[in-house]
Every structure is written in C-alpha cells, then in structure tokens.
Design a protein around this ligand. Structure first.
Ligand code: MG
Length: 283
C-alpha cells in the first residue's frame, strides 16, 4: 500500500539570487506567490528564509511575519517552517523569527564549516533555543550537516529539551560538509534507527543531487525536500522555472516508489505537529 511522503519546498534560501535564476522569489510578495504555487503542486511544508532589498540574507521579523501571514492567508492548512539559519548574522537575530510563532523552525544542533564561513551553533545557544521552541510549541526540524549533530540531538532528547519524537533532516552537498552519497544516508539511518527509533526524517541534497536524494529517501520511507534554495536547475543546462515545477516533478516521482504526496493533515500526524506525544522510547 502506498505511503505518504511529506514534501518540503525550500523556496529561497540564503544564496541564490535573481542573477542565478530569475525565478528565485526574494520579495515577501514573490515568496508568498511562489509558496502558494508550490503548495498547489504538492508541497505541505514551506521552508522560508527572507532577504533584504539587496537580496542579502535577512532576519527581519517583519519580513518573516509578512511572508508567514501571506502564506497562511492564501493556504491556511500549509505548514510554514521558518529558517534560523546563519550566513553571517548574529544568533540573536537568527532566532528572532521564533517571535512569529511558526508551526516549525529549523534548529541545527552543532557548528560546521560552510563554503566560506563557520555556521556557529555553540552548545548554550542550541540548548537555549531548543528550550524556547519547546516553550512556544514550535516543532524544530533538526538540521544535520555533520554527524556530531545527530549525537547532540540525542543528548537534547535525553535532557528533555526536545519533545519526542524529533524530526531530523540530513543535509548533504553543501561545500565543506557531508558529500551527497547514498552510503552516507544509509549510515545516518542506521545510527538514527538505533538511537532514536521513532524519529521521522527528511533527506535533502544540493545541486544536481537534489533529485537523486529525493529518490534515495522515497525508496527508504523518508520524507523529501526540493526547491530553489538547494538547486536552481530543473535539469542539466536548464534553469527551473519555479519552485512549483520542482515540486510537481517530485510529487509525480512518489508513485515510482509506492509513495504519494502527504496532505497537510497527514504531514501533521506523521511529524507529530501540535500534539502532545508520549514517546514509548527511552533515549
Ligand atoms: Mg534553509
């Protein structure tokens, strides 16, 4: 029997600009339009970064709120996940978007080198922000850019700083982090199943490996992510026309693996959103 796969669309990110692909949505208005199209094509989770007027990464709470409210106004059922990601902004700024009280937000549980910078997440910051998300009933998506982050996630669970079961995302392909390899996903899953057996997971990869990683995850029962944040091409030599175009292809791909795009209600149930859950597992 086919099983549901939650499709996340990462609409903008910190890096691509309109010079790279004119379809990258950068103003709040463009972001809402792009998110709605992607939702209508099959995405249930919209991962949002905001930009300033020069297309640089921003943490402006008002912008976050405008995009959040705009998406929820057009598609009330959609799950909006705000990014607390870095790229040169201070931790206070990065986490200010939690004030918007999104249903989900990203949380990386460790530090890592990116292409030209350190993505800095010291232990105190991670603990403090995990506790804050718990307080505000915001479901973190634990971002795993390196394996230590998985073990740190287990520690947070043991200390009651994450509500079980967590949702984790393995991200591969960012320069200086884990390369996009199927064997790495398999090692990640073997550790995840041993340490946090009831965790839900998504696998994401960048560039030309985005679609490959979608296949790897669908085959293994995981959830999937696409979007212009991670990849601006539809195929070699041809830019994607929109986030929706990437989502539509992924939604179609699900059937090849006996999966289908999860509805918002199914996604909430699968990822234990807005539910007080008692985990049977002792971490
Ligand atoms: Mg992101």
């Amino acid at each position: 029997m086919a099983t549901p796969a939650a499709i996340t669309v990462a609409i903008t990110g910190s890096i691509p600009t309109k010079a790279d692909n004119p379809a990258v949505p950068v103003t709040p208005e463009e972001q809402v339009v792009s998110a709605v199209e992607a939702i209508d094509a099959g995405a249930t989770i919209v991962h949002v970064h905001v930009r300033d007027d020069q297309q640089r990464p921003s943490s402006d709470v008002d912008r976050y709120r405008t995009v959040y409210d705009g998406i929820k106004r057009e598609r009330p059922d959609a799950i909006v996940q705000l990014s607390t990601g870095g790229r040169g902004r201070s931790p206070d700024e990065r986490f200010s978007c939690l004030e918007v009280r999104p249903e989900m937000a990203s949380l990386s549980t460790g530090s890592v080198n990116f292409a030209t910078s350190v993505y800095e997440n010291p232990p105190q910051l991670v603990e403090q922000q995990a506790a804050r998300m718990l307080d505000l009933d915001i479901k973190p998506e634990i971002e795993i850019f390196d394996f230590a982050m998985l073990y740190s996630c287990v520690e947070l669970l043991k200390r009651g700083l994450l509500a079980p079961p967590p949702h984790v995302q393995l991200v591969m392909g960012i320069k200086n982090t884990l390369p996009p390899k199927e064997s790495i996903l398999d090692f990640f899953l073997s550790e995840l199943r041993e340490l946090i057996p009831d965790a839900t997971w998504t696998c994401a990869a960048t560039g030309r490996f985005q679609l490959e990683a979608n296949r790897w995850a669908l085959r293994r029962g995981g959830h999937v992510r696409t979007g212009l944040e991670d990849n601006i091409y539809y195929e070699k030599g041809r830019l994607a026309q929109s986030n929706a175009e990437l989502v539509a292809r992924l939604a179609d791909l699900c059937a090849e693996y006996d999966r289908y795009p999860a509805s918002p209600a199914e996604t909430r149930q699968l990822l234990h959103l807005n539910q007080t859950t008692e985990s049977a597992t002792t971490y």
